[in-house]
Design a protein. Sequence first.
Length: 276
Amino acid sequence: MSFLSADGVSHGYASRRSLLRHHPAPPVLEAVSLDIAQGETLGLLGRSGCGKSTLARLLTGLETPRQGTVRFQGKAISTLDKPGWQAFRRQVQMVFQDPQSAVNPRLTMADIISEPLIHLTDLPRAQHPARVAELLDAVGLAHRLARRYPFELSGGQLQRVCIARALAPRPSLIVLDEAVSNLDLHLQIQMLELFTALKRDVGVAFLFVTHDLRLVERFCSRVLVMGAGRLVEDRPVTSPLTLESPEGQALCQAVLPAFPAQMTALRERLTIESVS
């Protein structure tokens, strides 16, 4: 049984109207089906506007598909009761591309990271500061930043706070919607090292929503390629990664700078661990 799946999911947004004519909006997703296994590292690859972020929001329950079903451990999330929904929210976390819009500007970093501890776990309040400090260490941030507000942090620091918040309830799946693309290369390597350790030690699954083929090639075990609201390719990741669909080939042909030796070493270690 899949940990998280989509079955024939279609979605769209309201059409535009003007005084003179009606402009029907094209569908964003059309009959998309996929499965994510426990502990899997899956890449969702596609160009901007192809529908991959919308699919991520449907998979995490932030939006409801117009057609089709999203299932969590075999149950449609639309039918989950309150305990079931809380279990889903605890086990499936998401990190967005824009950290500024994903946090409350009136809360400190400690408050932001503590939100899922309060609402999704039974951890006593007295133990929250220690857990926050542990999470700040995990994402490479100083403890003193726990008292800061979002406007006092850089974009990269705030994104790492969002990653720490996602890690707080110890989820089974983390959806990363271009969540490391805006980090500099050093921080990308640091975050991928953290994700690798989580996958190895506790079996956390990841869905990387990205347009960066390099990231998929070096961290994911399977890749889905999207184009115009549809899944057009599903294949295991090889090094070098070769894709057959026109959308995948266009991404392969994009000129991107090579990753340094640290990234190559990370990919080699992941390959060895997956075989052993």
